[in-house]
Design a protein around this ligand. Structure first.
Ligand code: RFL
Length: 402
């Protein structure tokens, strides 16, 4: 496809080459809308950044229907069961046989991003790596017809890019969300007071399914990524230094909380990455201002408890791509005007379920009345999930849906 962006701009300026920006860019090119993507990091960096892995059926549909699913169809693995371990024992939920009968596709985010970059370039897209948008004064003219942004070349020289629209897909710490005037946007933020040590280990998955271990020492989780790499989570004290956890300490604690003595040992291996993730929610309403539209983590954060972030990013990008195409091809501005109203119910439903999951997997350890009460609630919630078919169908619907 012929490249239609120019050195000084494009119709849609996209900030950020994560799942949101890359899906949006690919869909715009397919719809014949010229766009360009500026990305702060190098290509190698974004193609190696390991994060999500569980894609919902609806996310897969969007990717496959738009010619973006070749890699995930070839290498993604279907996953339809999750397991809960508690002090009372273990129970499995085969969720692809419940609710809408849908499974997840396990496909590491860095592989998806690699595919999306390759496809965007193959479609003739203009993707500028090592090109950060300025942290201060990087965006302007959002109230007018021709918004612009200031990006920096690899040598640090600033230059201006002008477009008709700006798509802020620059993640949780991006510059775009800071352009929404305080009075025009409401932020719904919650820190859940729970932190996870997120670990990527070089070892095949030890268990056949996602496994959530609920333990009085804190939550532990096991999630497949690839045949040789597994993600584990260990709940930790907020403010923990991830490097204070040695490999040996990680494995001993995982064995304990996953109850290896009772259910069998985990497969140990070197820890490739360790980071502390504070479980946080943040929803911006609206997700747009003037000619700026936010998508993905830039528009709101969701805790990783239900693995929804990348899925919401892809869905928002699809909604936004359709809205841009309607405005630019049919002169119909209504879908753009309604962009936030279209996305927010989906985002809130995911937030509600993620919040419920936090309560399912965690409770304070103390012996005070409040902690004992919350632990009893958590145990009752788990018991209800174990025994109630109605609850299981509802869980499946929310767990795999976006
Ligand atoms: P991203 O992926 O953060 O991409 C934003 C991009 O913007 C760039 N950028 C800039 N570029 C130019 N100029 C600037 N000034 C810029 N500032 C930033 C950044 O370099 C980056 O490339 O946001 P996006 O596209 O919205 O995608 C969101 C997802 O990445 C995120 O929601 C998920 O990774 C969350 N998540 C999970 N989601 C799932 O759906 N399923 C999962 O299993 C799952 N597991 C996870 C996760 C997130 C995790 N962490 C690290 C919080 C597991 C973990 C540990």
């Amino acid at each position: 496809m012929e490249k239609r962006s120019s050195a000084d701009g494009a119709t849609v300026l996209i900030v950020g080459a994560g799942p949101a920006g890359l899906v949006l860019g690919n869909l715009l090119l397919a719809a014949g809308v010229d766009c360009l993507i500026v990305e702060r990091q190098s290509r190698a960096h974004v193609e190696q950044r390991a994060r999500a892995g569980f894609l919902a059926a609806e996310t897969v549909r969007v990717l496959v229907d738009n010619g973006l699913g070749t890699g995930l169809r070839a290498r993604g693995r279907q996953h339809g069961t999750c397991v809960f371990r508690t002090e009372r024992g273990e129970f499995a939920l085969q969720y692809d046989g419940l609710g809408r009968g849908e499974a997840h596709t396990v496909y590491p985010q860095q592989e998806l991003v690699t595919d999306l970059v390759a496809e965007f370039l193959a479609r003739g897209g203009d993707l500028r790596f090592d090109t950060p948008v300025s942290e201060t004064g990087g965006l302007d003219g959002l109230d007018g017809e021709r918004p612009w942004l200031v990006a920096h070349r690899a040598d640090g020289t600033p230059y201006r890019l002008t477009g008709r629209y700006v798509a802020g897909c620059d993640g949780r710490h991006g510059v775009c969300r800071r352009q929404l005037p305080a009075g025009a946007v409401r932020s719904h933020r919650r820190r859940h007071g729970v932190s996870w040590l997120a670990l990527l280990v070089e070892t095949p998955p030890a268990l056949p399914a996602v496994t959530y271990a609920v333990h009085d020492r804190g939550f532990a989780g096991h999630m497949a990524r690839t045949p040789s790499v597994t993600r584990y989570y260990l709940q930790c004290e907020p403010g923990t230094d991830p490097d204070a956890w040695t490999d040996a300490a990680v494995w001993d604690e995982l064995d304990l909380r996953m109850r290896a003595e009772r259910f069998g040992p985990l497969r140990r291996g070197p820890v490739l990455e360790r980071a502390v993730v504070d479980l946080e929610s943040d929803v911006l309403d609206p997700m747009q201002y003037g000619r700026l539209f936010l998508a993905g983590d830039a528009a709101g954060l969701i805790s990783p408890s239900a693995a929804k972030g990348a899925n919401l990013a892809v869905m928002a990008a699809e909604t936004l791509a359709r809205a841009f195409a309607a405005a630019l091809h049919q002169g119909d501005e209504e879908p753009l005007a309604r962009y936030s109203a279209t996305c927010l119910p989906r985002i809130w439903r995911a937030q509600e379920f993620s919040h419920w999951m936090i309560g399912l997997l965690h409770a304070p350890a103390g012996d005070d009345e409040e902690s004992r009460f919350l632990r009893a609630l958590r145990d009752s919630r788990l018991e209800s999930l174990r025994t109630s078919t109605v609850q299981q169908h509802s869980f499946a619907d929310n767990y795999v849906g976006v």
